[in-house]
Write a protein that binds this ligand. Sequence first.
Ligand code: HAM
Length: 358
Amino acid sequence: MQPPRLKAPKGTQDFLPEQTRQWQAIERFAREMAALYGFEEIRTPIFEDTALFHRGVGETTDIVTKETYSFETRPGSSGKGRSLTLRPEGTAPVVRALLEAGRLDPPGAVEKLYYLSTPMLRFERPQKGRYHQHHQFGIEAFGIAEPEQDVECMLLQLDFYTRCGLRDLTLHLNSLGDAESKARYSAALREFFAPRVGQLSEESQRRLETNPLRILDSKDPRDVAVREGAAANLDFLSEKSQEHFARVCSLLDDAKVNYQINPSLVRGLDYYTETLWEFTAAGLGSQDAVGGGGRYDNLVETLGGKSVPGVGFGSGMERLLIALEAQGAILPDPYIRPVWVIAQSPPARDEALRLLRS
Ligand code: HAM
């Protein structure tokens, strides 16, 4: 009897030559665009100490509370194992690596880095465009607090999508403000939702305790109904954050980039401050965010560094390819086959091989 054939685990995919050709095409565009904007590549390990994601990504984010693949190593000489986690996202590992290398210590340090086709592992319920393992093209820029850096990241992302042939994109934009604005807004939301707690979904009742901002991006109809009268976050921005956001908007206007200010755009990671954005694309169905990013001015400090501002985005490569296919975009074939050598008789086979290598 033949042994049963094993299948790839649920939520993972194989990419065979028909697909890897397309991956290589978008990888080439990503590298070209990153180089044009002055970003250099970084590669970090596929697993990290669990504490990196708990501290960096946030104790209360969905990614950390229920979506990571974590495991204990075998006990070492101290008799204790270590808790490691497969990388669910790229920003915290990049910060860890730069801090470890001391590159964010010199005053005025600036680092502009990208990662490409980087596997990310999240235990989310799989569906079209959402997998246990996905891959990202991401960039992270450190050391520049000015709004120009936010907009440069968005333009790089937009230029990359355009270069790939993606159309029908929408840029959603929001600002959470600095840590103080964010805290004031969270407090106001708690106050608003507390008397209505019974009307919220179970998930949002939990969020009310941990991170009330996340109630704003819940898709549950109960939460959508309850949050109708909630105050808008932009009213809670400090003067400095208002100026930052206004400048981001005017720079995008100057660059003739269309955007929609979307006050319910919160994004699922705790480290964001100030500007947040997400690009959605036609052809993706319910998982329509092709890539998103934002500013994270306190993350380096949270992970033990000095106060160094940062901003960047992560773009899902599977989703980009799904959207390109749905839109009928044609990617260039990365293989150039200028010459074919055909041996027409057995003796010619020796010569054919020699010719191939000449
Ligand atoms: P994120 O929004 O969690 O952000 O993920 C970035 C992108 O990765 C999403 O917009 C989506 O295209 C793709 N993605 C996320 N989860 C999945 C999944 N389960 N299956 C398929 N694709 C997925 C981050 O990860 C941040 N680190 C981005 C960032 C970088 N912010 C600042 N710098």
